[in-house]
Design a protein around this ligand. Structure first.
Ligand SMILES: Cc1cc2nc3c(=O)[nH]c(=O)nc-3n(C[C@H](O)[C@H](O)[C@H](O)COP(=O)(O)O)c2cc1C
Length: 221
């Protein structure tokens, strides 16, 4: 099949778009309201968008509480959502009142951040502490007009990693078992069994492509 994504005439049972841009990492965003109420919610329109300076973004579809708190107070954290915390992550997505604290709702403990006010999820093996840079409302460039998608970009100013997952100076991401969002109600999980290494290729003066067989030297080419 091949369909017009503006008309969205896919003819399928459900819109397949999110099932195709997969897997997506899940940013488990915590914020604090002006009244000091904690907020926690998962966002899978989420990713790292720059390194050194480190940047992440997530998109709020409509103006949700996380966005409101970030625009009010300029700070958020992204805890890594993992296999072990999957149920809490899911519960924290429940549509509840602005005054509800989803950490309590999902029975999740908090740990103070070091560089921002919103805490992280204690059980998460890693968390990013972020300062808000900018929110961009995504337009519909074809039909014009706005559709209420707010891409929120923040700079990472602090990083927490549970030392248990650091070995010989390398973070063992797959041992953390991060979740991956797919389409529909489907998820995946990264495990050591599904993780592999590919060294970067180089091309010599004669046009021969070679993939390095030696251990990576730490430079992203
Ligand atoms: C795995 C997962 C990913 C989600 N990703 C998004 C997303 O990218 N954008 C969004 O607006 N809502 C997303 N949601 C829904 C929000 O988590 C939900 O609307 C939540 O109540 C928002 O909370 P808040 O109003 O406290 O920010 C997602 C839910 C789940 C379970």
């Amino acid at each position: 099949m091949h369909y017009d994504s503006i008309e969205n005439n896919h003819g399928l049972k459900h819109d397949p778009f999110k099932a195709l841009v997969a897997p997506r990492p899940i940013g488990w965003i915590s914020t604090i309201s002006n009244d000091g109420i904690l907020n926690l919610a998962p966002y899978s329109f989420f990713n790292a968008v720059g390194a050194d300076p480190n940047y992440v973004m997530f998109t709020s579809v409509d103006r949700k509480d996380s966005l409101r708190n970030i625009e009010d107070n300029g700070e958020f954290t992204c805890s890594l959502s993992t296999w072990d915390t999957r149920e809490g992550m899911n519960i924290s997505s429940a549509p509840v009142d602005y005054l509800a604290n989803e950490f309590s709702l999902a029975n999740l403990e908090t740990t103070e951040s070091q560089f921002v006010k919103p805490p992280r999820v204690s059980r998460s093996p890693a968390a990013l502490e972020c300062k808000h840079w900018k929110t961009i409302e995504l337009p519909d460039v074809v039909d014009q007009g706005d559709k209420g998608h707010f891409m929120t970009i923040g700079q990472v100013v602090g990083v927490y990693i549970n030392d248990k997952f650091i070995k010989d100076g390398i973070v063992n991401t797959s041992e953390m078992r991060p979740l991956a969002r797919m389409g529909y109600m489907d998820y995946g999980v990264i495990t050591p069994e599904t993780t592999f290494v590919l060294q970067r290729p180089t091309v010599d003066d004669d046009g021969n492509v070679e993939v390095s067989k030696t251990e990576w030297d730490g430079i992203y080419r």
